[in-house]
Design a protein around this ligand. Structure first.
Ligand SMILES: [Zn+2]
Length: 257
């Protein structure tokens, strides 16, 4: 969790104005806002989920945002990836998104990495974060992010969206992890991606909003509402369900820790 002792940084007048509607909130005071300012958050994947949740965190005042994505912007991305326009085609998503966030909020620091998160860079990058938001589009990255977050005890909020459905859950402290919930051998099917299965414009943006919302209440107020809970959102019935899950004593990821 973010602590205020070591890096105390007060909000200046411009920031107080910018975040005034948030600071006015019952239950959200200047201290909560300052915790956001001190927070380091890594966004894995700058696609439909990442570009939307990153923008919400930037607007809310999360102080240091790191974006990692190796992809460039394609025309089929524009249907749902709200940070990008036709003029951005061919450029790196992380670069374009970083520029956008910096324009939206000049008071925060944004760092873009135009590479894939893999075994060579994951530990170094994740170990320095207060929170990781995963919105990647493939299982191998999702398992890697989960494993490294568990190893380094960094909180993780993971969101996904396929078709009309979305999922969201949190790994924090000694909680069950993604691999406890979805053992690797059951999830060998890499083809479950938007690229193959299709996705409605709004689905990843709903899940990104929920993910960013959870990130804010966690960073500002220390609330881990989805710890050991899987949120399932259905975009046809508009039903949302919360399923509790337990730690798997045989989970290889949790064993290593
Ligand atoms: Zn586990």
């Amino acid at each position: 969790m973010v602590t205020l002792e070591d890096n105390w940084q007060e909000l200046n007048d411009a920031e107080m104005h910018l975040y005034s509607r948030q600071i006015l909130l019952d239950g959200w005071d200047i201290e909560a806002q300052e915790k956001l300012k001190l927070a380091n958050v890594l966004i894995v994947g700058c696609g439909g989920i990442g570009c939307s949740s990153a923008e919400l965190l930037a607007r809310a005042g999360v102080g240091k945002i790191t974006l990692i994505d190796a992809d460039t912007i394609e025309i089929s991305n524009l249907q749902r990836q709200i940070a990008y326009s036709a003029e951005d085609l061919g450029f790196y998503k992380a670069d374009i998104l970083a520029k956008r966030l910096q324009k939206i909020n000049p008071h925060i620091q944004v760092h873009a990495i135009t590479a894939k998160l893999d075994d060579s860079n994951a530990a170094e990058l994740i170990a320095q974060q207060d929170l990781v938001l995963d919105g990647c589009d493939n299982f191998s990255t999702r398992y890697l992010v989960n494993r490294v977050c568990v190893q380094h005890q960094v909180a993780l909020i993971s969101a996904s969206a396929i078709g009309f459905q979305g999922q969201l859950f949190m790994v924090e402290g000694d909680s069950a992890c993604y691999e406890c919930l979805f053992p690797k051998e059951d999830q060998a099917n890499e083809s479950l991606r938007c690229a193959d299965s299709g996705v409605l414009t709004t689905t990843p943006n709903v899940m990104a909003s929920l993910q960013a919302h959870h990130a804010l209440i966690y960073l500002g107020l220390g609330i881990a509402a989805l710890k050991q809970k899987l949120l399932l959102w259905d975009g046809l019935s508009l039903k949302q369900r919360l399923l509790a899950f337990e730690k798997d004593r045989n989970c290889p990821c949790c064993q290593v820790r």
